[in-house]
Design a protein around this ligand. Structure first.
Ligand code: AZC
Length: 836
């Protein structure tokens, strides 16, 4: 395997000195100040008396966008001139997080912006808080897409992220009486300074109707799709600036509108309401993000969203290709299209339709192009998350696509039969059409058949993929499979989120580490330096103070920054086992009540995360955390040594305060269930130690940091499978562990719910009689491991040492490493240097 390609690193962008180019493009304080003033006057237009803080945010955002614009246009021109292959990352979600701070960082002009605002009497930190983040994603999958865009631009790879411009993103979470309440995310309410509407970039997308066969001029049989409805997609572009380079790529999100906002025909015939209704139906397509992360939701509209954005994106690629004068036969040489999970996998069929029906390529040629073009990343093994669409629904929305799927399937199953003759069971298992129960289209199979590369997102996950859900496909095409362990961007999640640590790293290593995370290894030597450790601790404590202030402001819970901050933030899901964490908290609480002299390390247990609005058990778990918090925080017998807080509305913005403040990272999913995790990496980067199972990327985190610097507990994947095979009886765990029994009884008694013994019955019963994620089976090991954590915390110097080693050895988990692997091994996309 060749060594990873060396990237060209632009002249170091320091926050103190500007380059010539910077001066020419107005990066100095005076130029920025003038730009902000001009935007306040000419773009926003409020008289001084009515100028708000938000106006300053907006004006600065526009000034920063102007400075990216130059780079963005040069990037587009360079890519066009060099005729380089482009990565098209298709994703139903991009969880970008607030743009302003990140763009200032990537442009290297934070200091200048701060000074410019100061001269205008404003504080940059306060102005930054005005930004309403675009929550166009649920969790890990959407945030991964955003990290990958950051790395693609930073590594100078031509790339476009294609997705959906949801009018309402992920709901805002409020906590009312301990319960989650969902508030509509009106993120576009006050405008969006980062996007550039491109009404002239529009494509038309068909729905429903039927197909007709006809013979073309050359005598070939062809198919025409006669749709029931046509929806128009228009592009909204958000420039994504690389760090320390001029490259600025595009996030292109599609918004749906009616073809004619007014149907004149209907209007003239007097059917005014029909005309307006059509407009409303068309615009529904991109109204709202479905707030489910793992389980798939079999809704007509969701399939409509997927097809809509994929069709717009592929039509857009074909259009740009023909503008460049490149023949359609060369599509796969110019585009590498990655499917972020199966959500965009209808793209396989849509590209076939566009090539065969519209561009009149013959089937075999079109199929070769399609397979060469697509790569498929799988993000989950959970059976309930694997997408399938009932045939009648699919047929009603995409009649032509169903015909194409049947043809792909016919040819594919012939191949299977040729390879494994007589094995009809295999043929049935691999078919694109599921026939057990209600007939359906299997989207993971479609993605696998239509892609030349298939990958999982952590070593363990990729192995399990080959051994379970895609086993037959692995046996058919082993060469298509690889692993691409996830990564996260150290720019947002270290440099931006943790300015204290950034300064220390700059001092110790110079300023190149954000683009060369392997340099962090040099910190290992410093782990034994007591003075360095003191600095390290001071930074962590300041970060904890910052988070404590935030939590106090948002929950009224006061936390002591000298305590151990034990944090679990992620979507609420039974497989992630927030309730296992709660069982430990209640155990500790009881121990303290029974034995007031017990020597424990004082701890703040911090949670955050949203539950899918329809997920009954997840919503109860939130209520349970808040109930336990209320009781414990109010109990003077224990609240000088333990407290519990649930941070409402976990999102990218507050994540940037949370990760840097963690001492302990909770990564406690049932082994085999978490595909990778990326929160685990963000904690590690910021010097948290992990308590975790051998699941997802935890395995590799432990490998990198060393077993002695990781708190491991719990059943392995094989053990989990073994227990499940043998028949798991959670009641046995309770019978053999009186402490566990007491803990469950206490929760069941109404002790944490003001005497209401009903609220948590379903949670306790579920654990007692079913426990699908083996919470009780791992309980004893988890509690014992937490005792080791507690003991380790007492040795401050050694804890700090381990913390430093965690950061020092986190380089592998940079999204730059991941993106280099995708570029070299799947996409074959080279860097293109952009000059100004
Ligand atoms: C998540 C996986 O659960 C998580 O383990 C992984 O780190 C992340 O993708 C990125 O690969 N999956 C999802 O978020 N899935 C959906 C549908 O949201």
């Amino acid at each position: 395997k060749p060594p990873p390609k060396q990237i060209k690193i632009a002249p170091p962008v320091t926050t103190t000195g500007l380059t010539d180019v910077d001066v020419r493009s107005g990066m100095q304080v005076a130029a920025l100040k003038q730009a902000v003033t001009d935007h306040l006057r000419y773009s926003i237009g409020h008289p001084p008396v009515a100028t708000t803080l938000h106006d300053y945010y907006y004006a600065l955002a526009l000034a920063v966008r102007d400075r990216m614009q130059h780079r963005w246009l040069n990037t587009l021109q360079t890519n066009f001139d060099l005729k380089r292959k482009i990565v098209c990352y298709l994703s139903a979600e991009f969880l970008m997080g607030p743009h302003l701070g990140n763009n200032l960082l990537n442009l290297g002009i934070e200091q200048e912006a701060r000074a410019a605002l100061a001269e205008l009497g404003q504080d940059l930190d306060i102005v930054l808080e005005c930004e309403e983040e675009p929550g166009l994603g649920n969790g890990g999958l959407g945030r991964l897409a955003a990290c990958y865009l950051d790395s693609l631009a930073t590594l100078q790879r031509p790339a476009v992220g294609y997705g959906i411009r949801y009018e309402f993103g992920i709901f805002d979470q409020e906590i009312h009486d301990g319960w989650q309440a969902e508030i509509t995310d009106k993120w576009l309410r006050y405008g969006n300074p980062w996007e550039i509407a491109k009404p002239e970039v529009a494509h038309y997308v068909n729905w429903g109707g039927h197909t007709e066969y006809y013979r073309d001029e050359a005598g070939n049989d062809r198919v025409r799709w006669m749709p029931y409805r046509v929806v128009k997609g228009t592009a909204y572009d958000t420039p994504t600036q690389g760090y320390g380079v001029n490259n600025c790529n595009t996030l292109r999100l599609w918004s749906a509108e009616a073809v004619e906002s007014f149907d004149f025909q209907a209007f003239n015939t007097g059917d005014y309401y029909q005309a307006v209704e059509d407009k409303i139906i068309s615009e529904t397509v991109t109204k709202v993000l479905y707030p489910n992360d793992e389980p798939q939701i079999g809704k007509h509209l969701r399939l409509g969203q997927q097809y809509f954005f994929v069709s717009c994106s592929l039509q857009n690629m074909l259009h740009i290709l023909s503008l460049s004068g490149v023949p359609v036969e060369n599509f796969a040489e110019r585009y590498a299209v990655q499917l972020n999970d199966t959500h965009p996998s209808i793209g396989v069929v849509e590209l076939m339709r566009l090539l065969v029906d519209e561009r009149r390529l013959d089937w075999d040629k079109a199929w070769a192009i399609t397979v060469q073009t697509f790569g498929y990343t799988n993000h989950t093994l959970l059976p309930e998350a694997l997408e399938t669409w009932p045939l009648p629904m699919f047929q009603a929305l995409l009649p032509r696509h169903l015909e194409i799927i049947y043809e792909i399937n016919r040819r594919f199953l012939d191949e299977v039969r040729a390879r494994f003759s007589g094995d009809e069971a295999r043929v049935a298992r691999m078919s694109l059409i599921g026939e057990e129960g209600e007939k359906c289209v299997r989207m993971a199979h479609l993605a696998a058949v239509g892609s030349h590369a298939i990958n999982g997102v952590a070593a363990l996950h990729s192995d399990l993929l080959k051994a379970s859900v895609l086993k037959d496909f692995y046996e058919m095409w082993p060469e298509r499979f690889s692993n691409k362990t996830n990564g996260v961007t150290p720019r947002r999640f270290l440099a931006l989120a943790n300015p204290g640590l950034r300064a220390l790293l700059n001092e110790a290593l110079g300023e190149q580490w954000p683009v060369n995370m392997e340099q962090l290894h040099q910190l290992e030597a410093k782990a034994d330096d007591a003075a360095f450790r003191r600095k390290w601790r001071a930074i962590k404590e300041a970060n904890k103070k910052r988070l404590a202030d935030y939590i106090l402001a948002h929950t009224d819970i006061e936390l002591d920054p000298t305590w151990l901050f034990d944090i679990q933030v992620k979507r609420i899901h039974e497989y992630k086992r927030q309730h296992l964490n709660v069982l430990h908290i209640v155990t500790l609480y009881r121990r303290l009540k029974e034995n007031p002299g017990l020597n424990i390390s004082p701890r703040a247990f911090i949670f955050g995360g949203k539950a899918a609005p329809g997920y009954f058990m997840a919503k109860r778990i939130i209520k349970l955390i808040n109930g336990v918090a209320e009781t414990i925080n109010a109990d003077p017998d224990v609240n000088t040594r333990m407290k519990v807080a649930f941070v409402p509305n976990f999102n990218v913005q507050n994540a940037q305060l949370i990760y840097p403040a963690a001492d302990l990272s909770e990564q406690i999913s049932t082994a085999g269930k978490e595909a990778s995790g990326t929160g685990n990496m963000k904690f590690m980067l910021n010097g948290a130690l992990t308590i975790g199972t051998l699941d997802g990327a935890n395995v590799e985190i432990r490998e990198e940091v060393g077993a002695e610097n990781f708190f491991l507990f719990g059943l392995t994947t094989e053990e989990v499978e073994h227990i499940k095979r043998e028949g798991y009886h959670p009641t046995d765990c309770i019978a053999s562990n009186s402490e566990l029994r007491t803990v469950l009884e206490l929760i069941n008694s109404g002790y944490f719910s003001r005497g209401d013994a009903e609220v948590f019955r379903s949670v306790v019963n579920n654990l007692t009689y079913s426990d699908p994620f083996l919470v009780l089976a791992d309980y004893a090991a988890y509690v014992a491991c937490q005792e080791r954590v507690s003991a380790a915390w007492q040795d401050k110097e050694n804890w700090t040492r381990m913390s430093i080693l965690n950061t020092a050895r986190s380089g592998k988990f940079s999204s730059d490493r991941a993106i280099r692997e995708y570029c070299d091994e799947i996409w074959n996309v080279q860097p293109a240097t952009v000059k100004l």
